[in-house]
Ligand binder design. Sequence first.
Ligand code: ATP
Ligand code: MG
Length: 258
Amino acid sequence: MPGKVRKYAVLNNKGGVGKSTIAVHVAHGLAIKGKKVLLVDMDGQNDASLFLGFTSEDYNNSLYDILTGREGINLSECIINARDNLDLLPSRNIDRINSELYKETRIDLFLKEKLKGLEEMSYDYVIIDCGPQRSKINDAILYFVDGIIVPVQVETASVRAIGNIYEYLADLHLNSDLVSLIVPNMYDQRTVDGKENLEFIKEFFAGTDLLVQPVHRRIKIAEVGKLGKTVYEFDEESSKQFNRIVERLVNSDAEAKQ
Ligand SMILES: Nc1ncnc2c1ncn2[C@@H]1O[C@H](COP(=O)(O)OP(=O)(O)OP(=O)(O)O)[C@@H](O)[C@H]1O
Ligand SMILES: [Mg+2]
């Protein structure tokens, strides 16, 4: 019997804070640890797919076909293998799906129904890369997942906006417990600004165990994305930073199972 799949969204309403970078690296890190992982690209920019080296020319079928109920197509025909243990469900036309969703009365059930095939597949983890901003598709994702990984850029505007995710959850009548991990990203310990903002994040989450150690700003992390690779394939030193997140997830999921 395959164990129950754990589903995480990587989400923050701010743009450019590292959602796609963290989604891809957490997914690859889990895969390297031997977990079976599906990364779902639910952002119209398709960065998660691009960071793994896939452009829209590399696939015909996509999440779009599943969400729009294209006749005769099943989920497995839309999934491509990206690395050992790591599959990718790419998307197209997310904006179109988003506008269609305004007509949907049960947005809370939308992905549960459309993606119910996932439960029968042998994945341990489904990691969903989300677009920035509140959207209908992000609402649907929040109703679907077991937890949220929130990257926060260690920079003043992002740090000030930290509470937005909780407002978003409250508006959807979802429990704030859905936030599983806070990942400070692009931390530069050499600057006063970096240190102060990290301190702010620590104070904000004091008394919780949500915070993981920051991912530092490193040129290599940005460079590998442009090459369609991850740091696991290029830079062992940077990969350690993502491994800390991976280990937290694996350990907390093991505890939850007991
Ligand atoms: N720790 C890091 N060090 C250096 N560069 C990083 C780091 N994390 C992310 N980046 C770079 O910052 C840019 C934004 O990251 P990314 O695309 O992951 O953010 P995002 O939140 O997914 O953006 P969007 O809101 O547009 O979807 C990218 O060019 C990425 O390579
Ligand atoms: Mg992104």
